[in-house]
Design a protein around this ligand. Structure first.
Ligand code: CO
Length: 129
C-alpha cells in the first residue's frame, strides 16, 4: 500500500506550500509532522516530535473523523471530512493521548520531546541516509 503514503507526502507538501505562501511562516523555524487517518486508524499511532512542532492530522477516509485530546490538552478539531486536516503546535514536552471523538476506539499518542539536550546530535549520527 504505497499510494496512501505517497499521497500523504504530496498533500503535506501542498499544505506546507500554501501556508508558506499565504501566511509567510518561517518554515525553518517551525517543524511540521503529519498524521494520516485511514481505515479508522491513525498513522503513525505514536508520533514523536520536538517541542514547537506543528502536527497536522489529515482524514484520508471517506467518512468524518474528529480529533479530541484525552486530557483536553488541546482544543478538539471540528469533524473532518475527507481530505480535511487539523493542526496543533505542541510547545510543551510530554505525552499527549488523543482519540477520534466520533469513534472513541480510534486512539493515538504524540510524544513531545524537549528541544534541549544532546538528542539531536545522537539522532544525526545514527540517522539512516
Ligand atoms: Co473516527
Amino acid at each position: 500500500m504505497l499510494r496512501p503514503i505517497v499521497a500523504t507526502f504530496l498533500l503535506g507538501a501542498v499544505v506546507a506550500s500554501v501556508f508558506a505562501a499565504g501566511v509567510g511562516f518561517a518554515r525553518a523555524e517551525e517543524p511540521a509532522s503529519a498524521i494520516s487517518i485511514d481505515n479508522f486508524s491513525f498513522t503513525p499511532a505514536t508520533l514523536t516530535v520536538k517541542a514547537g512542532t506543528t502536527v497536522t492530522w489529515t482524514n484520508k477516509d471517506d467518512i468524518p473523523h474528529g480529533i479530541g485530546s484525552a486530557n483536553k490538552a488541546f482544543k478538539k478539531s471540528k469533524a473532518l471530512d475527507t481530505d480535511e486536516s487539523y493542526s496543533f503546535t505542541f510547545t510543551t514536552p510530554g505525552t499527549y493521548q488523543y482519540f477520534c471523538y466520533l469513534h472513541p476506539h480510534m486512539v493515538g499518542s504524540i510524544v513531545v520531546e524537549s528541544t534541549t539536550g544532546s538528542v539531536e546530535s545522537t539522532t544525526a549520527s545514527n540517522a539512516t541516509p
